[in-house]
Design a protein around this ligand. Structure first.
Ligand code: EPZ
Length: 384
């Protein structure tokens, strides 16, 4: 397995182009199943089959296959290192549209001779479900009649999927709010679509700039999608300016600790929690980071502590006492964002940080090491 070596202490400066959103491209690629016609998706990195086969988000083919073929079978996603990844809300939505759900042999099969529009609630103790909202939307676009999704996820990736479906001829209103209304149509046609910029990749590079940047400018971003990341970084003492599809970050005079709570969009995103822990690990003072979406999403804490971080994990809350500097060490990548956090921590650590199992990072970042090196980092990729 490849690993990457991060040589700490290099200052970052310059420009980086943000790629298309992974979490938008995935359901949109699935949505192309809804039409027999060709679709062109740009700015998406095609997830190779051998990763999609293993990627739990492949659950999002259930909705379009149910919508078009009236049946679908997919392996249950099971859990992953950030916690249990249930799909009960997805299945509740399909049942409301008239599907029968059968779980056997680790697979879930959904079958609906006829799909009829209905009112579906996707509210959960964790807020809502992003892929569940997309899945139900994709099943409903070809159903007979009107579907109302109550308690829908409001993430920009849900809006992007809805816009792609509308371009294919679907009738959808309210995407980006808690209530989405879908008028079923007979069939969908091909469409062209450019996915939105990846707001989490953008947030990750803002944190890279905060950790070790003089001035870093991100291009091809949508600042509107990043407000919940920009405001805590400003509160932490960094200068951030946005202009059109560009955002720049530069150091301020004094860094301040933070209290952060991860919540569904438009709140502070769980996908940025690990990266912010890397920044707060050497921010003077005591920071408190609470995880309300994936309470177990703290695989990065033990690894940051191997680098000298002073973090006390109390249930779903990390209490971080900033230390002057982390020290480079061999660390283990575990999930996508924890791995990115370890690379970010290595940027300012003393010495070399060896991040193992780097395939976790490659699943969600388009050449993060190359992009950081273009900004002035010194990161080597070692083929195992
Ligand atoms: C999407 O996952 C993202 N992945 C995740 O990003 C992101 O962390 C998550 O949304 C939350 O923003 C993709 O879009 C491919 P959820 P998703 O269903 O849709 C519970 C990354 O790092 N839940 O919104 O699978 C669930 O356990 C990845 O890019 C149920 O209880 O997440 C969690 O606590 C990681 N029942 C909460 O809801 C369900 O049926 C949010 O999950 C579904 C979810």
């Amino acid at each position: 397995m490849d690993k990457i070596l991060v040589h700490g202490g290099r200052r970052l400066r310059g420009n980086v182009k943000i790629s298309g959103s992974k979490n938008s491209a995935l359901p949109i690629l699935a949505a192309t199943l809804l039409t027999k016609e060709p679709c062109t998706i740009s700015r998406a990195t095609q997830a190779p089959y051998d990763i999609v086969r293993k990627m739990r988000a492949s659950v999002c083919i259930l909705g379009p296959l149910l919508g078009r073929e009236h049946e679908a079978t997919v392996s249950l996603p099971g859990g992953c290192v950030i916690g249990d990844r249930p799909i009960d809300l997805h299945l509740r939505g399909f049942e409301a549209l008239g599907a029968a759900v059968k779980v056997s042999g680790g697979n879930v099969k959904v079958l609906a001779p006829k799909l009829t529009g209905a009112t579906v609630s996707l509210r959960s103790t964790f807020g809502s479900t992003v892929l569940g909202t997309g899945n139900v939307m994709m099943a409903a676009v070809l159903a007979d009649g009107t579907t109302v999704i109550d308690g829908a996820a409001e993430e920009p990736e849900v809006v992007d999927l809805a816009n792609f479906l509308i371009a294919m001829g679907a009738k959808i209103e309210g995407a980006g709010t808690r209530t989405i209304t879908i008028e079923g149509v007979k069939e969908l046609h091909g469409a062209e679509h450019e996915v939105i910029p990846d707001r989490i990749e953008a947030g990750t590079f803002l944190v890279a700039g905060a950790i070790s940047g003089d001035e870093v400018t991100l291009h091809r971003v949508n600042p509107e999608h990043l407000q919940a990341v920009i405001s805590p970084l400003r509160e932490a003492g960094f200068h951030i300016e946005s202009n059109g599809n560009k955002i720049s970050i530069a150091p301020g005079t004094k860094r301040r600790p933070l209290k952060l709570d991860t919540v569904p969009y438009p709140g502070f995103p769980t996908d940025m929690q690990a990266q912010m822990c890397a920044l707060l690990a050497n921010t003077d003072g005591i920071s408190v980071v609470s995880e309300h979406v994936f309470p177990n999403r703290f695989m990065h804490i033990a690894e940051l502590k191997r680098m000298g971080a002073n973090i006390d994990l109390q249930g779903a809350t990390a209490v971080i006492t900033g230390v002057p500097q982390l020290s480079g060490a061999p660390v283990m990548a575990s999930d996508l964002r924890a791995s990115a956090a370890l690379v970010l921590a290595g940027l300012q650590a003393d010495g070399i940080t060896e991040v193992n199992r780097v395939y976790h990072i490659d699943r969600g970042y388009d050449s993060i090491d190359e992009k950081l090196n273009e900004l002035g980092a010194e990161i080597e990729r070692v083929k195992a």
